[in-house]
Design a protein around this ligand. Structure first.
Ligand code: FES
Length: 111
């Protein structure tokens, strides 16, 4: 998968299935941009990311809806976009191979 960092630089990383995007970000040193203060328990919005529009539908939960709890937390997130998600709620799996997200505030032209 690819993370776009704040300056718009793409960073391709290994993304094992079963880990959340937040955990993958931490594994690769992106802790300053994707803090994940609550450890993935839906009690903060510090793991907020912008999902690339081409990936937003595929990154949805199985029922195709972002949970109400995630929506509530996203309301507290800074720089919310249409494709914003909490990265602790996206779990890597085969069909997300190639997923593209950006840290909020990233200088990207696709959001
Ligand atoms: S890490 Fe706190 S909501 Fe995702």
């Amino acid at each position: 998968m690819t993370f776009y960092t704040r300056d718009g630089t793409p960073m391709d990383v290994d993304a094992p299935n079963g880990l959340s995007i937040m955990e993958i970000a931490h594994k690769h040193g992106l802790t300053a941009d994707i803090e994940g203060v609550c450890g993935g328990s839906l009690a903060c919005a510090t793991c907020h990311v912008w999902v690339h529009p081409d990936w937003v539908n595929r990154a949805m939960p199985d029922d195709g809806e972002v949970s109400e709890d995630e929506e509530d937390m996203l309301d507290l997130a800074f720089d919310l976009k249409k494709t914003s998600r909490l990265s602790c709620q996206i779990i890597m799996r085969d069909d997300l191979d190639g997923l593209i997200v950006a840290v909020p505030g990233a200088n990207v032209d696709w959001i």
